[in-house]
Design a protein around this ligand. Structure first.
Ligand SMILES: NC(=O)c1ccc[n+]([C@@H]2O[C@H](COP(=O)([O-])OP(=O)(O)OC[C@H]3O[C@@H](n4cnc5c(N)ncnc54)[C@H](OP(=O)(O)O)[C@@H]3O)[C@@H](O)[C@H]2O)c1
Length: 315
């Protein structure tokens, strides 16, 4: 089968389209014929030798990618609730070796959910790592309650555009940061307030929020402390929380925590319900063929992607 391997860490051109043997499945795994996959910043970071690279390079060949949508081609004997021919989507083996850049992907069945019939494989493929991150952070980490005010950084990005919609679904009042070009986009997603982070220092425009979701990193968590109420909550997914931020947060009794998304079929089922009802709508801004994976990585590297980037396999 066709797969894209990473013989060594480096630039996008290191990604190599090749033939490898069909992967075997274990008792609790399924083999999925992939229709579409989504590309995330963690793919790019791992490709360049950061993030999960040191862990993956022990298991050659390194095959990046975690997000898939496709059709089950075979099932292990202990698989329950899924059958050959079912259309499924999910984030496979994260944080581990997803091996998603391939025609066929082997996945533990409990990492997947059935794809809603009303969305395409492209839409399903992007509603995986980024959507799971938004769901797990807002629902389980920040525990957003109806009526709370939440500041979501980078609302136009892969995680951010799902986070706005999920926070609205949970009943929150949503304030978000983007460049001016994405103001209308995030308002259409349901954001109550928009801040152009290039024109305005967000910490001067926002106060007394209950929760902050930092999807940007750098100094954003430190600056966001000024926006939070005493006793508020902050979760950062890009770069963690420094000791300095932790100490400053403690002075206002703010809980400031990092978070790393985890594969979960149950959470995928919750997202499938929201997608089916039209409560969340994924934005696919760029579609690349399988042979142009390097270009898909370069799009993510711009740091300016609206919504999500996918790579499609031919039927
Ligand atoms: N820990 C975890 O479990 C986890 C999970 C998912 C992602 N992440 C990390 O979270 C980060 C975001 O991921 P993603 O998939 O959402 O990335 P992404 O889709 O590539 O983000 C691109 C977006 O970021 C916006 N942006 C860039 N700088 C900004 C700033 N200073 N303020 C506000 N918006 C800004 C851009 O909007 P404009 O063009 O309008 O500027 C663009 O729409 C990445 O570092 C990723 O690795 C971590």
């Amino acid at each position: 089968m066709k797969a894209i391997i990473l013989p060594e860490a480096g630039e996008a051109e290191k990604l190599q389209l090749t033939e490898i043997p069909m992967p075997e499945i274990d008792l609790n795994e399924v083999r999925v014929k992939v229709k579409a996959m989504s590309i995330n910043p963690v793919d790019v970071k791992t490709r360049s030798g950061k993030a999960l690279y040191s862990q993956l390079k022990e298991q050659e060949p390194v095959i990046l990618g975690w997000d898939i949508s496709g059709e089950i081609a075979s099932t292990g004997k202990s698989v329950a609730g899924l059958e050959v021919g079912d259309e499924v989507f999910g984030m496979v083996n994260f944080p581990g070796h997803g091996r998603a850049y391939a025609e066929f992907v082997v996945a533990p069945f409990h990492h997947l959910a059935k794809k809603p019939a009303n969305i395409t494989h492209e839409e399903a493929a992007v509603s995986t790592l980024a959507a799971l991150t938004a769901w797990q952070v807002l629902k389980d980490q920040l525990k957003i309650q109806a009526g709370e005010r939440v500041l979501i950084h980078a609302g136009a990005g892969g995680v951010g555009h799902f986070a706005i919609q999920i926070a609205k679904h949970l009943g929150a009042y949503v304030i978000t940061t983007t460049s001016a070009a994405n103001a209308d986009f995030v308002k259409e997603l349901g954001a109550d307030e928009h801040i152009d982070y290039r024109a305005t220092a967000f910490e001067e425009a926002v106060s007394s929020v209950d929760a902050v979701f930092d999807t940007v990193g750098g100094d954003i968590s430190a600056r966001s402390l000024a926006c939070l109420k005493n006793g508020g909550r902050l979760v950062a997914i890009a770069g963690g929380i420094t000791e300095e931020v932790k100490a400053q947060a403690a002075e206002k009794a703010i809980q400031a925590l990092p978070y790393l998304v985890q594969s979960s079929g149950n959470d995928m089922k919750s997202l499938a319900e929201l997608l089916e009802k039209g409560v969340i709508k994924p934005c696919v801004s760029h579609v690349f063929p399988f042979g142009e994976m390097a270009a898909a990585h370069q799009q993510i590297e711009t740091g300016r992607t609206r919504g999500k980037v996918i790579v499609k396999l031919e039927d």
